[in-house]
Design a protein around this ligand. Structure first.
Ligand code: FES
Length: 208
């Protein structure tokens, strides 16, 4: 009888042990963190960088759009800064008539502006110091009373008229005017004798 009881006790304790083990295993299963699911794309997903025909057209469309925006922006900026050539003014102030001696050729503006100023008994005119042959700079020869070109020997009178050498026409006169008692010469406006322009008002400043 006692043996039977012992056997029953042993059986019960085994069952309990098994039961406990099963519970522990269940708890461990509960506690064990689940593996994170891998975020695998579906098999038919082409992905953002895997080009199919549709993606290529979309990409090309965006590229064209961005290119257009960039070009338009550059064009707008270019419009804000126009290509302008800033040149020095062609006119300059040349003092008063009293600064010039009647009958003399004044060379003070030669180096800076390539201009001679000549005062006569009736007025003042300005000559452009450029030879009408090939553009050399003539010299005023005071003792000979003439302009002489060093390149090919053309000669011009004090009035600027050609009288020797290959120069085909007289020197050009420049626009001259009086503003508030000051002589203003404009190298941008020229007068040619052979065209009858020396008779125009701006070619000669009357002053006595
Ligand atoms: S350039 Fe003056 S004579 Fe030829």
């Amino acid at each position: 009888m006692s043996n039977e009881k012992e056997n029953n006790d042993v059986g019960n304790s085994k069952q309990e042990e098994q039961k406990n083990e099963a519970q522990e295993q269940q708890q461990q299963k509960k506690v064990r963190p689940r593996k994170a699911k891998q975020d695998k794309p579906p098999a038919d997903d082409q992905g953002i960088w895997r080009m199919n025909r549709r993606n290529v057209f979309t990409f090309a469309g965006w590229l064209a759009f961005l290119g257009f925006i960039a070009t338009a922006t550059l064009g707008f900026l270019r419009y804000l800064f126009p290509r302008v050539l800033f040149e020095p003014p062609t006119a300059f102030r040349a003092g008063t008539p009293d600064d010039y001696v009647i009958g003399e050729v004044d060379t003070r503006w030669m180096e800076q502006y390539r201009v001679w100023v000549v005062r006569t008994r009736t007025g003042i005119y300005a000559l452009h110091a450029v030879c009408t042959h090939l553009g050399c700079t003539p010299r005023w020869l005071d003792t000979e009373g003439q302009f002489k070109c060093p390149c090919h020997g053309s000669g011009f009178t004090q009035e600027g008229v050609n009288f020797e050498g290959p120069a085909p026409r007289p020197l050009e006169r420049l626009h001259i005017a009086m503003e508030n008692g000051v002589i203003v010469i404009d190298r941008g406006i020229r007068y040619r004798e052979e065209l009858g322009q020396w008779a125009e008002p701006g070619a000669f400043l009357e002053y006595t």
